[in-house]
Design a protein around this ligand. Structure first.
Ligand code: GDD
Ligand code: MN
Length: 360
């Protein structure tokens, strides 16, 4: 029987694993616990290191995910892999203060407490030595998060918290799972306000390795906010796909201008060049942002592009077909055009999500 599981998502944290486990052992003396590492098949073989450790320590476990990336979804799978009544989520790079865990558990057990959050921004906490740009981003993200979460959390971006597993499980099917803000996702998903307690801690600087949260993480964050704000009406991915499509129109016209006016190509040739430029840029943008978690790379990038061309080709036929149909009944050109474009984008979205960016 165990009391507590610590779920640690990892990507290339091999050199931090031993130290983290050692620190947990020290901090959690007297508590029955296990640590579940959820590793996304790290190239540095973090999971092998975890399994090696687990040979000697039964309270160390490893969930290895293949062909997938994503902090939030990794956390979800880790929580689902344990039967401990309390679960904590913690980074694998030693930035979170493990000494806080016993107090988090104590607070979690109090009646009426749903979730205990480690906070850098409540009195007594500190974000440590941060670059100015990161601090500013964090501040902005905190403001934005207020769009979907009304709870007055001082650190809604925290990746360090503890809750009852049962409560997590009751929300898990409705979580967005996008991006890396699992705490925010939980608060935005719960149908009733969650009663939270905040405990201050000092965010340390990372152990070995480097941060994985690059600029694309900002997009993922926007995706989560969109999904939670409007997801019931328009899925966030579709909204993103539509935005990329709009950017494609711009690419199309700039390319057409360049090909026809500057390079003085024949119009049909120029139009073809522009069409391919737009499809290619749409593909690349969707691949980097809309489907970042299923991103195609290397040879798969190229094969994906070919499927995308094919899908868009059929999309054009559907688009023109529907538009002509509408136009034949009602001669409003812009209505017919919009109907065609909508059918085209829905087709492209639906089919490319299943073919080009299938979950495998
Ligand atoms: N399984 C898995 N898959 N783990 C991942 C992935 C992924 O795609 N991306 C990152 N991780 C793991 C890292 O290995 C690390 O253990 C933890 O998630 C946090 O990632 P970092 O790359 O260290 O993120 P950070 O330090 O920039 O951000 C942290 O602090 C932020 C505070 O602003 C995270 O805790 C954020 O959630 C938090 O908002
Ligand atoms: Mn980190």
């Amino acid at each position: 029987m165990i009391d507590l599981a610590i779920v640690v998502p990892t990507f290339n944290e091999k050199d931090n694993v031993d130290e983290l486990v050692a620190r947990l052992e020290q901090a959690l003396d007297g508590i029955r616990w296990e640590v579940v590492f959820v590793d996304d098949d790290s190239p540095d073989h973090t999971s092998d290191r975890v399994r090696e450790l687990a040979q000697a320590k039964p309270h160390v476990r490893c969930v290895q995910r293949i062909g997938r990336r994503g902090l939030s979804r990794a956390v979800i799978e880790g929580v689902l892999a344990t039967s401990a009544p309390y679960v904590a989520v913690m980074d694998g790079d030693l930035q979170h203060d493990e000494a806080l865990l016993p107090r988090m558990l104590e607070q979690s057990r109090r009646a009426g407490v749903d979730i205990v959050v480690g906070s850098r921004y409540c009195p007594g906490g500190s974000a440590g030595e941060w670059e100015k740009s990161r601090a500013r981003m964090s501040w902005l993200a905190t403001r934005l998060s207020r769009l979907v979460v009304t709870a007055q959390l001082s650190d809604p971006m925290s990746g360090f918290f503890m809750m009852r597993r049962e409560l997590f499980q009751s929300l898990v099917r409705d979580l967005s799972g996008e991006g890396y803000k699992i705490l925010l996702d939980l608060f935005a998903t719960s149908p009733r306000p969650l009663n939270f307690v905040e405990l201050p801690y000092t965010f340390r600087s990372r152990g070995a390795g480097e941060s994985k949260l690059d600029s694309a993480a900002v997009w993922e964050f926007m995706l989560l906010i969109l999904d939670k704000a409007f997801g019931r009406v328009v899925p966030a991915r579709f909204a993103m796909f539509g935005l990329v499509g709009l950017s494609g129109i711009a690419v199309h016209f700039v390319s057409l201008l360049a090909a026809y006016r500057w390079l003085e190509l024949e119009f049909p040739v120029a139009q073809t060049v522009a069409t391919f430029a737009a499809m290619t840029s749409n593909y690349a943008l969707n691949n980097s942002f809309t489907y970042r978690d299923r991103r195609r790379m290397g040879l798969r990038f190229v094969t994906g592009l070919l499927t995308f061309y094919a899908i868009c080709g059929v999309g054009v036929i559907a688009n023109v077909g529907i538009a002509s149909l509408v136009f034949a009944r009602d001669f409003t050109w812009w209505l017919a055009g919009a109907a065609g474009a909508l059918v085209g984008v829905v087709w492209n979205y639906a089919i490319s999500s299943m073919v080009t960016w299938d979950r495998r």
